[in-house]
Design a protein around this ligand. Structure first.
Ligand code: XMP
Length: 523
């Protein structure tokens, strides 16, 4: 856990998570309204927590449980005594009704899954801008339903299967809806959140400008005159974290760029050059390509490649940390989705925190404390902060690039010759994508050099060269992906360019596998 506390002066909204798949979307909608919010699992929210957090409003998320069941998740009673507006969504509505004296049942024919239409019943400020037609499309996903609303509540919207689709106790400022306003399929849902935070008195003070100032103050506070070291990869997260920390503490930060010899064409020069030119921050360019490529010689198994690279990375990083006389802090570009504590219904308060941003357990091994100035931010907020800090757009919009680099784009044994050919082919491919204005539409694109040679004919001669595969996918988070539907014209032009411009390749294929069943990378 970090000691950074970045948002103490902001209006804060608390989202109590009951385990819905879409709780993060509630936070996204609120952040888009410049409202600072945090998601906390219900098990960790008690009266003392509420007092400390001091929310200006509370939202109860949806969830997979049934309030009728014994031991089903509940917020603490104290939440209803805070005197702040509360909005309950789906399970959140049901839990609110049950706790405040209403009734929830599991009846026949009242489950609703999917698109539904809500009609108005009277006027409610929460619904300003709604019902321009006489009904609103919403997304329902519930088995149980409210059979009797709690005393003090009135109905403001109904759907064929949810007579209490929208309810409110306007005297206490409690609102409860059966549908999910945060999802795309409730097209006007954002308006409902906008009205809710307006009624709660939020001023929209969560801007990247404000964040930058506060993050800088918090970093100074945490680090004092200590030294910080940061592994810079050239990716968006580590770059933004480094620039922000540099702005806070200047030369107390040293960045280490580990060049494993598996970067793309000109990539190391571009990353190091950009940082040296624009930011003048102490940056060690550790050219360790001989070491990495030597250890990877004759290795063909993908997981063995990853293990070797991961271990060498730590060795190299440690070596440079020692050379600069050690550091007390390690900076990491951990993002909010990685730290949201997930709700488990099986065994007590669960705190599964993903740790894949931890550089191979380095902090524990080296006894360092973490500085994670992006842990409150979503990816698009990190990009906005990067722009605020003056990072060039070309950096901010870069496609993700895996830590093991070209090693996993060179299936089978890695040779320097194959890496050189791959770099050239990939550069032509990415140039084509940029020239056709497609770079920002694509989530990730790259070339893999295949461990197979094929026969071709060029001019009067026979060729016997490598085949390569082009990959381009659309995705939201890399967990699932679809191949990008290039035109045949684009593919034909790109294949011709690669074969003409890249000696060593005489055949180009396009990978049209989705994930699943494929993965994005070839290894
Ligand atoms: P896959 O191939 O698993 O990739 O569909 C999903 C996303 O993760 C990246 N990737 C990695 N990133 N180390 C990384 O830092 C790895 O070992 C690794 N393997 C895959 C991949 O580029 C894609 O964005």
């Amino acid at each position: 856990m970090t000691d950074l506390n970045i948002a103490p002066d902001h209006d804060r909204l608390l989202i109590i998570d009951f385990g819905s798949q879409v709780t993060q979307l509630i936070a996204r909608r609120l952040r888009e309204l410049n409202v600072y919010c945090e998601i906390h699992p219900f098990q960790l929210v008690d009266a003392a927590f509420l007092k400390g957090f001091a929310p200006k409003a509370v939202i109860f998320s949806g969830g997979p449980c049934s309030v009728i069941d014994d031991g089903s998740p509940r917020p603490p009673d104290a939440v209803f005594e805070l005197g702040v507006p509360i909005l309950g969504i789906c399970y959140g509505q049901q839990v609110m009704m049950q706790m405040l004296g209403g009734e929830v049942t599991r009846g026949h024919g009242t489950a609703e899954f999917g698109r539904a239409y809500v009609s108005p019943e009277g006027r409610l400020p929460l619904l300003d801008g709604w019902f321009k037609e006489d009904k609103e499309q919403v997304w329902m996903s519930h088995g149980d339903h409210v059979a009797r609303i709690a005393p003090g509540f009135e109905v403001y919207g109904t759907s064929p299967n949810a007579p209490y689709a929208i309810t409110a106790d306007t005297a206490r400022n409690f609102y409860a809806v059966q549908f999910h306003p945060e999802v795309h399929h409730t097209p006007n849902g954002a308006k409902l959140y906008e009205n809710f935070v307006k009624m709660a008195g939020f001023t929209g003070d969560w801007t990247m400008g404000a964040y930058r100032e506060q993050a800088i103050a918090a970093i100074r506070d945490q680090v004092g005159d200590g030294r910080v070291i940061c592994a810079l990869s050239g990716g968006v997260d580590s770059s933004v974290a480094a620039v922000l920390i540099h702005e806070a503490i200047g030369a107390q930060l040293t960045c280490v760029y580990v060049d494993h010899g598996l970067m793309r064409k000109n990539e190391s020069a571009e990353v190091v050059g950009m940082f040296r030119e624009h930011y003048n921050l102490p940056l060690i360019h550790a050219d360790e390509s001989e070491l990495f490529l030597g250890e990877l010689d004759s290795v063909s198994d993908p997981e063995t490649k990853r293990k070797i690279i991961g271990k060498l990375f730590i060795d190299v990083f440690e070596k440079h940390a020692k050379e600069i006389g050690g550091a007390e802090f390690l900076a990491q570009g951990t993002l909010y989705p990685d730290v949201i504590e997930s709700v488990s219904f099986s065994g007590g308060p669960s705190v599964t925190i993903k740790s894949h941003h931890n550089v191979g357990g380095l902090p524990e091994k080296m006894g360092m404390k973490l500085v994670e100035p992006l842990r409150e931010l979503f990816k698009d907020e990190v990009r906005a902060l990067g722009r605020e800090l003056g990072l060039p757009d070309s950096f901010i919009g870069r496609h993700p690039f895996p830590g093991p680099g070209l090693a996993i784009r060179c299936p089978g044994e890695i040779t320097r010759q194959k890496l050189d050919i791959l770099r050239e082919a990939d550069a032509v491919y990415i140039d084509q994508i940029r020239k056709h204005g497609l770079y920002d539409e694509i989530w990730q694109a790259f070339t893999a050099i295949l461990p197979v040679k094929t026969v071709g004919v060029m001019g009067d001669g026979r060729t016997y060269d490598f085949a390569c595969a082009l990959r381009a996918v659309t995705s939201v988070d890399g967990m699932t992906a679809d191949y990008y539907p290039f035109t045949h014209e684009f593919l034909g032009e790109t294949a011709t360019r690669i074969i003409n411009e890249v000696p060593g390749i005489n055949r180009v294929t396009y990978d049209i596998t989705s994930k699943p069943p494929g993965t994005i990378e070839w290894e």
